[in-house]
Design a protein around this ligand. Structure first.
Ligand SMILES: [Zn+2]
Length: 402
């Protein structure tokens, strides 16, 4: 007994003392019995400091941090409820850090939240004897209490993106601070209303400070932006334009596929991802088969070369030279004789103002790319995206810590 009681300093709860500690024979379970510190001389009303009257008692067993090889540690105590005869205040006395109906102590919840920072939520039960649902609930609770609110003052530029996650057509609308990468808003869907919610939480002053918005040309966001912050410049950012063009390459590939011979088909199949990969990320054998695919197919070759050429546009600093280069690219695109590319080029010409706006408003796509790189991992770790509020907290946590 004396050996276990020497653990008592680990269980210091103000107003309570350790009465006893017992360990089961395997050493995996521990019970720590707490009792009210006698020196308190009864219970006093926390409001008026008068002694409180008749008490209701409730036996409680609350999970606490693992201890050595014991993964199950129970704090056992009696909670006392009383009603102050003087100020009618009703108060329950229990060790600090333990909520009314909590299954675990505050410090255990913080520990679980820490685990969920580095492992999938559904793996946490292997370390702490709780369900995955409880782990998620606790993590959410801790994050809600500890994560700072998004900074909405003095934002000068935002990026708005739709993100397809999970299987099927499930979309999220994401708003990022274009400068800091901070996630400001996350909403279901990719409709007007999905973005509206972001502006609804801004004050007039906060809206005025936003002078540039990076978005995709397609989609429903433009109308909301023009309505809510008409003074802001719309920038069709690099990320979305390159993604649009990648869609064009995919279309050409599918067309070539339809007209290809059976033998060529076997080869083209499976090359899709090599086309979309950055050349520097290709393994030697992938590079070789990509080269074969391109030499076999002139149209794909042209489309691929033009993709690299398009990226060069964003290396220009001055509007005039960027505009000249855009003309040059459109000329090359027209020269290819490929309808899909020509159509894309005409679209660029029409959206010229919004594309070249990047020269003045240095919105880069780096923040979106960084965001995209982490969201899939977070969805996995947080066990899906059904609890949007939780996903938002996890994404904010990630962005704040990296
Ligand atoms: Zn009182």
């Amino acid at each position: 007994m004396s050996a276990t009681l020497s653990l008592a300093p680990l269980y210091q709860f103000k107003g309570w003392v350790v009465k006893d500690i017992s360990v089961n024979s395997s050493g995996h379970k521990v019970w720590v019995y707490l009792r009210v510190d006698g020196r308190r001389n009864g219970f006093r009303c926390p409001k008026c400091n008068r002694r409180m009257g008749k008490m209701r008692e409730r036996h409680r067993e609350v999970l606490d941090l693992p201890l050595g090889t014991a993964s199950v540690v129970h704090l056992v105590f009696t909670a006392y409820q009383g009603r102050c005869a003087h100020c009618r205040n009703i108060h329950t006395f229990r060790p600090p850090g333990i909520d009314a109906k909590a299954q675990g102590t505050g410090r255990l919840k913080r520990y679980v939240s820490l685990l969920c920072r580095f492992m999938p939520v559904d793996k946490a039960p292997r370390i702490v004897p709780i369900s995955a649902d409880t782990a998620r609930r606790w993590d959410k609770e801790v994050l809600m209490a500890t994560l700072p609110e998004p900074k909405l003052d003095g934002i000068s530029a935002i990026l708005v993106d739709e993100k397809s996650i999970g299987k099927g057509h499930h979309y999220l609308t994401v708003v990022l601070n274009a400068e800091t990468g901070e996630v400001l808003h996350l909403a279901e869907g990719k409709k007007k209303s999905s973005l509206q919610g972001f502006f609804d939480q801004l004050t007039q002053k906060q809206k005025v400070s936003i002078n540039a918005v990076g978005i995709d040309r397609a989609g429903a966001y433009k109308a909301v932006v023009e309505e809510e912050i008409p003074h802001a410049k719309i920038v069709y950012d690099k990320f979305h334009l390159i993604a649009n063009y990648t869609g064009v390459i995919d279309k050409i590939r599918r067309e070539e596929w339809r007209s290809a011979s059976k033998q060529d088909k076997t080869f083209i199949k499976g090359q899709r991802y090599n086309l979309f990969r950055n050349p520097e990320n290709l393994k030697p054998e992938q590079e070789l088969s990509l080269a074969k695919l391109l030499s076999m197919n002139e149209n794909l070759n042209k489309a691929y070369v033009l993709k690299d050429a398009l990226k060069v546009l964003w290396t220009y600093k001055y509007g005039k030279s960027a505009s000249k280069y855009l003309d040059q690219w459109i000329f090359w695109a027209m020269e290819t004789g490929i309808e899909a590319i020509q159509k894309f080029a005409r679209g660029l010409d029409k959206a010229r103002d919004g594309i070249l706006a990047f020269c003045k408003h240095r919105i880069t796509s780096a923040k979106i790319e960084a965001f995209n790189a982490t969201i899939a991992r977070i969805v996995r770790r947080a066990c899906g995206y059904r609890d949007l509020e939780y996903l938002y907290l996890k994404i904010r946590q990630e962005a704040l810590e990296t």
